[in-house]
Each structure stands twice: as structure tokens, then as C-alpha cells.
Ligand binder design. Sequence first.
Ligand code: SF4
Ligand code: SF4
Length: 412
Amino acid sequence: MGFTQFVVKLHSRCNFACPDCYIYELRDSSWSAQPRVMPRAVMDRAARRIAEHIRRHRPREARVMLHGGEPLLAGPERIRGLAEALRTAWTGLDTALDLVVQTNGALIDRRYLDVFRQLGIRVGVSLDGTRESHDRRRRYRSGRSSHDDVVRALDLLRTPRYRHLYAGLLCTVNLADDPVDTYEALLAHEPPALDLLIPHGTWEFPPPGLTPGPRSGSGRPQARELPYARWLVAAFDRWFDAPVREVPVRLFDSLVELHLGGASTSEVWGPVGSDVVVVQPDGSIEQNDILKAVHDNAAHTGCHIDSHDFDEAAAHPGFAAERAGPAGLCAQCRACPVVGICGGGLRVHRYRPENGFDNPSCYCADLRALIEHVRARITRSLHSLARSRHEEVTEGGFFPGLGMPLDKKPLR
Ligand code: SF4
Ligand code: SF4
């Protein structure tokens, strides 16, 4: 099985200085040895390598994510160059190409948006909720607030000329923020989709607000306050209880879908791991970037687009471990009653130096509490729906508690 998600690092630096950035502020410093911007020759070779891989595996669709650092620092013309190289290399392929740029939003203006419009590049923007929560972390390197610039960019993106390019908002969970205020602040920017990101960390260096867990590889994690479960449960309930479906939230939709027998579109949930491969500005091929939370060079594969194709890179044990499914999880996860939903969480969160990734997630207790809450909410909604025998279904034909059209939900 080939890769279908390619992250191309157009620029290795950023104009922001977010204190919990997994690229610059956690365990890896390899970004500093990368060229600042991907040279044109590397872009052309990366485009050809990606298309060659797609031609061999012929998936129905593939996503190429333009990423950084801050990818817009590469400038609109360099972004145009990569997009044109990809579109040219794609000639004759049946696979749908989803071209997306993930940006902090501050540099977005008409010059960029006209390039994105011409080349069919969708735009995902990172925004951390309210002005107060956004400015707590997402500041320029000078320390200046970025909130007004990002909001101005979102206003422009929502105008009729560019609205179709708006892919959605990405928000990192911060325990200091109110979850309902955060959700509603994001909603105010009318995103077509939202995703919530829990901060990256490991058992060795836990995410903010989590205490280091037990040092042995077995047994339940020590009792904690479950701060992430509490935050996410409050946000989930606000989203789930809306009388209409306000916005898809990938983290929550995937959880609901898995409970109803569907599939996850979020790499956080489900038995299948990440399908991401990364091309760095120097052309080296790496595993999922979030492994930078583990240690220096944890994402390295030793492969390069000049000398390896993506199938050769896929032979790296790290990619195999991502795809191993439940068989690749630790004994505690394999025996866990919610493993079919949780899937052991993200691989990066399982790491501890003593035994590598052979552990449950450092978010284990939080993930389990959230899963059990969602299961209880869905069960209650299904019971209430059954009792209503359809007469009490709201006028618009919405499934109470899910805010979704009845004909869209597999109610089996
Ligand atoms: S904007 Fe993104 S890449 Fe830049 S410092 Fe913040 S989290 Fe890191
Ligand atoms: S909740 Fe998730 S991480 Fe924890 S034991 Fe179960 S499958 Fe593993």
C-alpha cells in the first residue's frame, strides 16, 4: 500500500514563536540544518517522485500539504512553482490531487490567494480560538500579537472570490482556555471544517498539564485529573448538543463515526496509524513530523528523493510500525476494551526512552475517558431516538444530539 499524504516542507523557518511548537521547541533541532527555503530543483524532483508513487499505486485521491515552518515565507512565486510542477507531473493520472497549504495565516493577502485560486490550492489556517487564547501562544518572533493579521486574512479568505479555497481552521488545545469559548470563537470565522490538536509530548516529556506516568510498561496509568478529557468533553458536548450541525470537527466526527461503525479521518483515532510522509527542504524523506517530539532525528529515514523512491522509504521500520495496526500496539492497548476506537493514540505519544513505543499513549486515561463519554452520549441519543419512533425528531429531520441529517447517519 502506498502513501496518500505527502507533506512538503517549503520553508524551514517561521515568523511566529509559539512556545509549544513541535518543530522548534520540543526535542529535535534538525530544522536548523535545513536550507531556509526549498530550492526550485528540489521542488521539481519532489513533484516527480510523488507523481511516480501515485502512478504506481493509483489511489483514488492523494493530498499534498504545503507546510513549514511557515510555508508562505517561501513567497507566492515559489509556491506557484511547486504547484505547477505537481500539476504537470500529475498529467494522465486518475488520482484526485488535493493540494492544501497549512499556514499560520499572518501573511495571507491577495497575491497569495490569487496564486492559490489559479492553482487550486486550498488553505488551512491555524487559529487558537479567542484573541486572548490566540495571543497566549501564537505571537510573532518579536512578541507582537498576530491575532488581528490572522483575522484579517480569514475575512479576506471568506470573500466570494476566495471562499471556495477555505479548507478550515486548526486549533491547538490549551488547558488555560475555556473550551466552549474557544469553539464559539472559531465558529465565528465560519470555517467549513475544524480540527482540534492536542499538544505533542511523550511519557518522558509530557504535554503541558500531564504529569509523567508510571515508569513500568504495564498497568493502568496513574490516577490524574484528566485535564484534556475534561476540556474535550466540554467542547464535544457544546458541538454535539447544537440543534443543527454547525461545523464538522474532525476529531469529534471521527470518534462518532468509529462508534457508529464508520471510519476515522483523524490520525488520532482508529486502528490504522499515520499515512504521512514528509519531504524536507533539502529533499530528505522523513516520517511524520510530529515525531520531532521524541528526540533529535527521530523522524529521519536516511532516504532522499535523489536516491530513493517513496516505496524504498516505506520499508523503514518506522513506517511499518505506523501501519502495523493493533498487532503493533503494547500488551496493555491490545487488551484494552476501547482499542478499536482509540488505536493506542498517536504513536509519538507512546514513546518513553526505556522501551521506545511499546506503551499506551501518555494521553491514555484522557483518551479513554473521552471515548467513554462519547459512547455514552451516542447511546443516550440512540435510545432517545428509538423512543421517539421518529415522531419527535426535530422538524428539520435532524438526529437529536448529533445535529446531522438522519439519512446521513448509519444508525445500525
Ligand atoms: S506558527 Fe506553526 S510552525 Fe510557526 S512557531 Fe507556531 S506552531 Fe511552529
Ligand atoms: S485507552 Fe488507548 S492508549 Fe489507553 S490502553 Fe486503551 S488503546 Fe491504549
